[in-house]
Design a binder for this molecule. Structure first.
Ligand SMILES: *[C@@H]1O[C@H](CO)[C@@H](O)[C@H](O)[C@H]1NC(C)=O
Ligand SMILES: *[C@@H]1O[C@H](CO)[C@@H](O)[C@H](O)[C@H]1NC(C)=O
Ligand SMILES: *[C@@H]1O[C@H](CO)[C@@H](O)[C@H](O)[C@H]1NC(C)=O
Length: 299
C-alpha cells in the first residue's frame, strides 16, 4: 500500500516534568508525562526497561488500557491521572508503592495528526527515576526487603548486601549457610542478619538492628549460586533490589542532618524532557500515484 507516513520532527514543549521522584513505601507515586496538546494520542506505553520483557507498567491504545499487557506487579495499581488525557496529560498514578518499585520509568507516546494531507506520526519519550525511600528514626530495627526467586537454603546461594559508598566492604556477605564476617564493614558487626536464614520463597531480606543516621544510604542486594572459587563475587552485576534508607535522628537529637536529607529529598530537577524523535527518511518513489486530498489521510 502506498502510505505516505512522515515522521515529522518538531521540537515539542513538554511542561517541566520531574525527572526524579522520591516517595515512601505505601504512598502513591505520580509519574508525570505530557504529550502534545493538540495531537491524537494513538499509543501510550509506560514501561520499566529492566522489566520490559515481562510486560508494561501501563499500556493504552485505541482509547483503552490493556491489563493483559501489564507486568504482574503493576496490575490493578496504575491508572491515568486524567482518563481523558486532556492537553496531552498522560501522567499515571502508581498506587501503594513498595521498595521494589524503585527504578526508571519510561513514558512513550505516539501521536498521529494530518498536515497538508500527509499523515504525521510522532513519538515522544520521557523518563523518570522513582526512588522509594524507607524512612525510620535512629534506634529502631529495619528490614530491607529483597526476594530472589528460585533460591532457598538448599541452593547454596551467596547473598551479598552492599552499599556503594562503603567500597569493598560488605554490609552482609552470607555464604556457606552463615554470615562471613571477614569482609564486613565494621559498622555492621553484630547488627545485621538475613531475616530468614532458610531463605524461604527466596526471601533474602536483610534485618538491620539499632540503626544510626550513618546507616542512611543506598543498599544493594545481589544473589549468586556458589562457585568453587572463594573469590569475591561480582559487584558489577545489576542488583536484584536497590533500597534507599533514610535514618532520621532520634527525637530530641539535633535535627540538622534530617533537615539536610529532607531538603535533598525534596530537591527536584526541573528540566526539559529528553525527547527522541524518530526521523524517518521520505518514502521511496511510489509504484502508483498517491492521491492526497487536503486534510485526508493518504494511506
Ligand atoms: C500495599 O502493598 C502491600 C505489599 O507491598 C500490601 O501488603 C498491602 O496490603 C497493600 N495495601 C493496600 C491498601 O493495597
Ligand atoms: C536515572 O537512573 C539511571 C539508572 O540508574 C541513571 O543512569 C540516570 O542518570 C538517572 N537519571 C537521573 C535524572 O537521575
Ligand atoms: C522521616 O521520619 C522522621 C521521623 O521518624 C520525620 O521527622 C521526617 O519528616 C521523615 N522524613 C520524610 C521525608 O518523610
Amino acid at each position: 500500500m502506498s502510505s505516505v507516513v512522515v515522521f515529522f520532527s518538531l521540537p515539542m514543549l513538554v511542561a517541566s516534568a520531574l525527572k526524579e521522584l522520591r516517595v515512601r513505601p505505601g504512598q502513591d507515586a505520580t509519574l508525570q508525562c505530557w504529550g502534545p496538546r493538540d495531537a491524537h494520542i494513538t499509543l501510550l506505553e509506560w514501561s520499566r526497561p529492566e522489566l520490559s520483557s515481562q510486560g508494561y507498567v501501563f499500556f493504552f491504545q485505541d482509547q483503552r488500557s490493556y491489563e493483559n499487557y501489564q507486568h504482574e506487579s503493576f496490575k490493578g495499581r496504575v491508572q491515568l491521572r486524567d482518563s481523558s488525557m486532556k492537553d496531552g496529560d498522560v501522567t499515571v498514578i502508581l498506587r501503594n508503592v513498595s521498595v521494589s518499585d524503585t527504578g526508571t520509568y519510561e513514558c512513550q507516546i505516539t501521536t498521529s495528526s494530518t498536515r497538508n494531507g500527509e499523515r504525521v506520526v510522532k513519538e515522544f519519550k520521557h523518563s523518570i527515576n522513582l526512588t522509594v525511600t524507607i524512612n525510620i528514626s535512629a534506634g529502631h530495627n529495619v528490614i530491607l526487603p529483597c526476594r530472589a526467586p528460585n533460591i532457598d537454603s538448599n541452593s547454596k546461594a551467596v547473598v551479598e548486601w552492599s552499599r556503594a559508598d562503603l567500597g569493598k566492604d560488605y554490609v552482609l556477605l552470607y555464604r556457606d549457610e552463615q554470615p562471613d564476617p571477614e569482609e564486613q564493614h565494621p559498622s555492621f558487626k553484630n547488627r545485621v542478619d538475613l531475616q530468614d536464614r532458610q531463605m524461604k520463597d527466596g526471601d533474602v531480606s536483610l534485618i538491620l538492628k539499632d540503626v544510626t543516621t550513618a546507616d542512611s544510604g543506598t543498599y544493594e542486594c545481589r544473589v549468586f549460586r556458589r562457585t568453587n572459587r572463594r573469590m569475591r563475587a561480582n559487584l558489577e552485576t545489576d542488583p536484584i533490589t536497590t533500597i534507599s534508607l533514610n535514618v532520621a535522628p532520634e527525637d530530641g537529637v539535633s535535627r540538622g542532618h534530617a533537615g539536610l536529607v529532607a531538603a535533598l529529598s525534596l530537591f527536584a530537577v526541573i528540566a526539559a524532557s529528553a525527547i527522541f524523535i524518530k526521523l524517518k527518511p521520505p518514502s521511496p518513489p511510489l509504484s502508483f500515484p498517491s492521491v492526497c486530498i487536503k486534510n485526508i489521510l493518504c494511506l
